[in-house]
Design a binder for this molecule. Structure first.
Ligand code: NDP
Length: 480
């Protein structure tokens, strides 16, 4: 069986302690490869390599750096099929989704930041008659990038691309549950002519290798995407070391539907915003609030569409949903369905594991699930489930739905369906979220800030925000 390797100093290498972890294929529930169980010594090796590479990479002209990153983006594109298959196999998502979303978006991220850096400017502030301030933005040095399993390469690239473009060297760790596409990235970096040590990719568990990256004194910034609890631990550990922190955390996003919306468009988008990637996108709208006058119509038509959704093995072109990422995750999601029942909810459809034929009979498949009859403030409506489970709740007024929408500790994204322009602006202004989509979902413009408020995170990714995060501003004043 294949053994994956770390990528340090431009080369693939085994973990120093020689330990490995099983890598499961969610579609079959079987181990299909082993990944390095790296530790502090591997992190030290990667930091040493990054330290050596930093003067070379940070002093390279922006044009040259940009060219290497464009090649990296093109390198992934050239191996599109290999990356798509690997992402689908590792994560359980349908091949069609990896081919339409994950890998093309990772390609775009690299291309976007490779070219954005050519236009990144800093400011100057004139003080009439006295002098002038100019601000230079310098790369930070060695940065740590830690990413989750739901959109593996896509979210990995969302950090790595701006960090590299800004001139930093990286020690990165993908999720141990989905390491494969990050593993393949090393080959592409070699082919793109990336100097050794600029990009180091370590595999292993969060509690050991992730923790060692966070704690290493020479790693000056941490860009993390993952759960709120892990984010809190990282903040507690890194803050006393005065590291720069960008934390993209969990969500429990509201999807608010007014009676005056375009019903047909809303319905098909709501199907996606509920269950795309098996509901494992931090931006999924898991709490659906529907204006009472259309509640029954919505419920009937939505449930009908959900029941028609094909859950199948990721290779099946008809699959709209594949497997969830792991057995423990499947069990967690199903335990929330049980909790919802205990809290008085009625499961309108789904709530059960799906058994497919061999060789997929041990895979982690769940029927998309719709639950009604829950209080807005019960645990099922407040805690992140991160799977194919949505709740539906009627509302009567704007004030009431705003109160319910804003009632969780999270504040990542919100979706709003209405044709009333004034209401759309009024609601967008009051929703506690870093991102509001009106009559749309998951539309991304790479120039816009991405991130959440409250327990959904600290800082923003995307566009200039990311390049600002990965640079230190230095202001220089000179007297006239
Ligand atoms: P986790 O927080 O469990 O893990 C995220 C990453 O952190 C993984 O690589 C993990 O390693 C690592 N990690 C775990 N513990 C530590 C530690 N002590 N120190 C350093 N690193 C550590 O999240 P999941 O992977 O389960 O991802 C799902 C979560 O991510 C959900 O809450 C979701 O909302 C959130 N998310 C947020 C997004 C956003 O943009 N706001 C986007 C996508 C997801 P390992 O898994 O190998 O142990």
């Amino acid at each position: 069986m294949e053994k994956l390797q770390n990528f340090i100093n431009g080369e693939y290498c085994d973990p120093i302690q020689g330990q490995y972890i099983d890598n499961y294929e969610p579609a079959t529930g079987k181990v299909y490869s082993f990944i390095p169980n790296s530790g502090t010594e591997d992190v030290q090796k990667a930091v040493d390599a990054a330290e050596k590479a930093f003067p070379i990479w940070s002093k390279m002209s922006i044009e040259e750096r940009s060219k290497i990153l464009v090649k990296l983006s093109e390198g992934i594109e050239a191996r599109m099929d290999e990356f798509v298959q690997a992402e689908s196999r590792d994560n359980g998502k349908p091949v069609s989704l990896a081919g339409h979303v994950d890998i093309p978006r990772a390609v775009s991220n690299f291309h976007f930041f490779a070219t954005a850096i050519l236009h990144f400017a800093s400011e100057s502030h004139n003080m009439e008659g006295l002098g002038i301030n100019y601000t230079v933005r310098k790369p930070i040095g060695i940065v740590g990038c830690i990413s989750p399993w739901n959109l593996p390469l896509y979210l990995f690239s969302w950090k790595i691309a701006p960090a590299l473009a800004a001139g930093n060297c990286i020690v990165a760790k993908p999720s141990e549950v989905t390491p494969y596409t990050a593993y393949l990235l090393g080959k592409v970096a070699q082919e793109a002519g990336m100097p050794p040590g600029v990009l180091n990719i370590l595999h292993g568990e969060g509690g050991s290798v992730g923790d060692a990256i966070v704690k290493h004194p020479k790693v000056k910034a941490i860009s993390f995407t993952g759960g709120t609890k892990t984010g809190e631990y990282i903040a507690r550990t890194a803050a006393p070391m005065f590291k720069k922190l960008s934390l993209e955390l969990g969500g429990k996003n509201p999807n608010i539907i007014f009676a005056d919306c375009d019903f047909k468009e809303m319905l098909s988008t709501t199907l996606r915003s509920s269950f795309a990637n098996q509901g494992q996108i931090c931006l999924c709208g898991s709490r659906i609030f529907v204006e009472r006058s259309i509640y029954n119509k919505f419920k009937e038509e939505f449930v009908k569409r959900v029941e028609a959704t094909v859950v199948s093995n990721p290779q099946d072109p008809a699959a709209k949903m594949g497997a969830v990422v792991s057995k423990p995750h499947m069990e967690k999601v199903l335990s929330y369905v049980e909790l919802a029942k205990e809290e008085g909810g009625t499961v309108l459809t789904g709530g059960v594991q799906v058994k497919l034929d061999e060789p997929y009979d041990e895979g982690y498949y769940i029927r998309p699930t719709v639950i009604e009859g829950l209080a807005y403030d019960c645990r099922s409506n407040q805690e992140e489930i991160f799977g194919p489970v949505v709740t539906i709740t009627p509302f009567d007024t704007e004030e009431e739905v705003l109160m319910m929408a804003n009632s969780t500790e999270y504040g990542l994204s919100s979706t709003l369906w209405t044709s009333d322009l004034k209401r759309a602006h009024r609601m967008a202004d009051q929703l506690q979220a870093g991102i509001v989509w009106i009559n749309a979902w998951l539309v991304r413009d790479l120039r816009t800030p991405f991130g959440g408020v409250k327990a959904s995170g600290v800082g923003r990714e995307g566009g200039w925000e990311a390049l600002r995060f990965f640079t230190e501003p230095k202001n220089v004043f000179i007297k006239y």
